[in-house]
Design a protein around this ligand. Sequence first.
Ligand SMILES: Nc1ncnc2c1ncn2[C@@H]1O[C@H](COP(=O)(O)OP(=O)(O)OP(=O)(O)O)[C@@H](O)[C@H]1O
Length: 947
Amino acid sequence: MADTMGVATQSPSPQAATKVWRPLVEYAASGLVLALVARGTPVAIGYRQLSYLEGLLPILALIHVMLWRRRRGHHMVALEKPKKKDTGTKDKAKEDAEIRKEYQVLWVTLAHKSLWFIYVALLLESIAINVSFLLDSETSTTWRPWMRLGVQFQAGLAVTWAAHYLQLHAAEIATTVTTRSSLWAPWSQAWSLAIIFHGLEVYNTLRARHATGGDAELANHWLLGILAPVKLGVAVAAPLVYVTVMRSVRVGYFSPEPATEAKAVPTDEATDKVQDIPTGVEQGKAEVAAEKQTVEANSNPAEAGTTGETTDSTKHATSETESSKADTTAGSQTAKPATKEEEEKKPVVYSVFTLFRRVILLVYELALPIDRSLAVRLAVRWLFGIVSRWIESFEPLYYKAFLASLTTPARAFPALIRYAVVNAFTQVEQVTIQSRHMAVQNSLTYFTARARIYIYNVIQSKSMRFHTASHRVSAAHRGDLAVAALDQFLQIILFRLGADLFGIVIGVYQYSWVFNAYFTPLSLAYGLVSILRRNVYGPMRTKLRFVTRNTDDTVGKCMDDLNQIETIREFASEAFHSKKYRNALRSKTRQQQYGTRALRILDQVLDIVTRILFCIGVIMCLHFMRQGTMQPTDVMFYMSHFIMTYRPLKFLVELNYELQTLYIRCHDLLELIDEPVEVKDPADAAPWQITRGAIEFQNVSFGYDTKLILKNVTFSVPAGTTTAIVGKTGEGKSTLFDLLARFYDVAEGSITIDGMDVRHVKQADLRRDMAIVPQTHTRMVTSILFNIQYGTAAYGLTATREEVEEAAKRARIHDRIMQMPQGYDTKLDYSTSNLSGGEWQRLTIARGLVRKGKIVMLDEATSALDIITEREVQRELADCTRGTTCLIIAHRLPTIIHADQILVLSDGQIVERGNHAELMAIPGGVFKKMWKDQLKEKEKEIADGII
Ligand SMILES: Nc1ncnc2c1ncn2[C@@H]1O[C@H](COP(=O)(O)OP(=O)(O)OP(=O)(O)O)[C@@H](O)[C@H]1O
């Protein structure tokens, strides 16, 4: 069964699911029997021996599970024993690594299950201990009600826990037995409960010893008193050890998998990818490489955003260094075909420190131009939050004072006033809290707008290679999510952080020093539980989100597919795309469910712990009341203060959640920002523009990847002449255009225009005077006028309506436009419903012509036109490009017969050059053969009556 997050899980059969339960039931039964027999009055063994047995229980549990596993051949959690695979052509080392990895998964799973069984056993045993105390005639009658309460409480928890676990697993047994979160959640919950049970056990044990006083036999029970806390320690430490082991073996549980093309696969394929999780050593190497990459990225923060409006001086300086470096090494370094190592580029993983440092710098940069009065208002709000939290903290104290004063009416009135004032303030504070929140949010809209512009510019500034190889929509979407997370985080910082931290400090202080020092451990315990839980659950959620993000990407890419709706229709592949989308969504939904469930469990645990701590506090209050050191008013104080103190603590947990969301989102953002920009503007480039348009290619070599497309190409195009480039498809003709316009940098050699290397000028300056009519025409969903006028976008859409019409006439599209209901103002849509393919091509030609470039590049510009229209357009093109440097790529050779120079490209090199007559004069020449072949083809078509 497919499982994008799972370990090497396999489709569990119903039998496998039963097998999961079998050892648990066996062990639970034996543990219970052992505990009951040991404690039961009929056998009545000594407490000392019993304590030894108790200590042995976890070990027995482990042995039991291991024996069971042996017997069942590793069918622990429907994981198969790693099999020796068919070596075939596979690399042996790789195969060994795979087997090792599977063993690691197996052992970690085993460890997990073993601990889990221990907890179940301890729970049952704990109940048994309390029952045995109840059955024990020596147990003091004073403490019997406590024992009974303990048993009821534990039994209640056990039932709740079992029901919850069953509910959790009911669906999973039907689908997949061991997804990672399902491994985690019940285990963690069992752990939390085990701590509670053992706390109660310690409590009961100590109470029992205390109650039995100096009884001779029970005086020896010190072992019992020691073992119970030891077990508590084990219960706390074991999960930490487990987590450490899990992390160190690095079997890939929740391993961050930043989205790459390879990972962005539909759900069904994703399972196969999980098999490629690196082993510990490999992952270690990956991390070193990643760290190195990170360091490099950090030392080079300027790569992105150089075109962004937020570019600061630091960035600029770095950018300069980078650019000058690029210049000195230009031609040999910049665009070398990628090496194998580069191809297998490891994903960058930023350390938390690096990430937050950079995010803070980014926020600072983006928020810097903030309005001063706005900053003052924000600061005032922030301070107000702290002050109000301080005032609020007096409420329980004054309430207590008021209650205490009721016995002496003279003091009651001032006490009431004090309490009423603070209470009124608190109420007003609660009412205004929303409006203050809104105000902060409004202030932040400036920031988010700036951040969005910044990201937009970053995406625009990326090299062509980035745009052709990745999904812009997904990148933009990720950018948006990052901004939303930053926004949320800033709201928390500005609105709650200071006040709530202050609230915690005040709360703990009042509890511990003003109220009663015995309550200090209680207040600290809560903080401790929060921190522990954060450490255990935190990484899980972070990593879970990495996986979720990949699914987000897959879903995003499915949506991108809709852009290709025409192709989808043509190939009737709707069902295929629906399935792909359904799979991606199903996977996303499942992951969301896991995520939500993990959070729900977190909340439940937090609530349980809170309530237990509250109860403990109440019991302590009652105890002190019996001793006479506390008054009923103190109990009131305790109860009202509790909520106030722990609300901010709960906020800390929320903050942790927000921090993790921020980490994921900002990780995406930094990845995007740090994506290397291959083609950069030199920082010191002076303004420049094409004057004559003389072009020179000198020993140019280039390849998109490892394969060289162009090899040592040299040619020149004198200013004002027309050069045609011909050759078979895929020879690299369009690539020559891309290099001239500097969409890519040459790997070797140089390209100059008017004697200036194209790498030494700003890209905008270079392209401003170029008119490119590409093979694929861009359709803009707007008016025809704008579609043509867009040719002058670089000049601020300066083409007049007359100029647009003139260009359209030359492109032979004017008449067609005038037939449309709104003429040039007709709105075009994305499809060809109101313009045919050939008409769109003519519109694109008009767009190129209106630009009036000094260098015109026509790449198969008329390929979609009929012969007659093509001839007419060609004539017009020849006419209006007269005097400008013109480069033409054409497959139909008669269309370039007039060219001053024809270059024949073959196998990445120019094999022939000259004008039409000269090339036709070369005996056995490539061009001559191409010409004859085309002629023959045409004669055949005429003979066949095709044309
Ligand atoms: N962005 C890219 N990434 C990787 N390879 C590319 C990219 N663009 C083009 N190629 C490859 O480079 C080679 C040359 O492509 P190019 O478009 O320059 O050929 P062409 O001669 O213009 O072809 P045609 O006549 O079919 O338009 C082809 O093999 C193509 O697959």
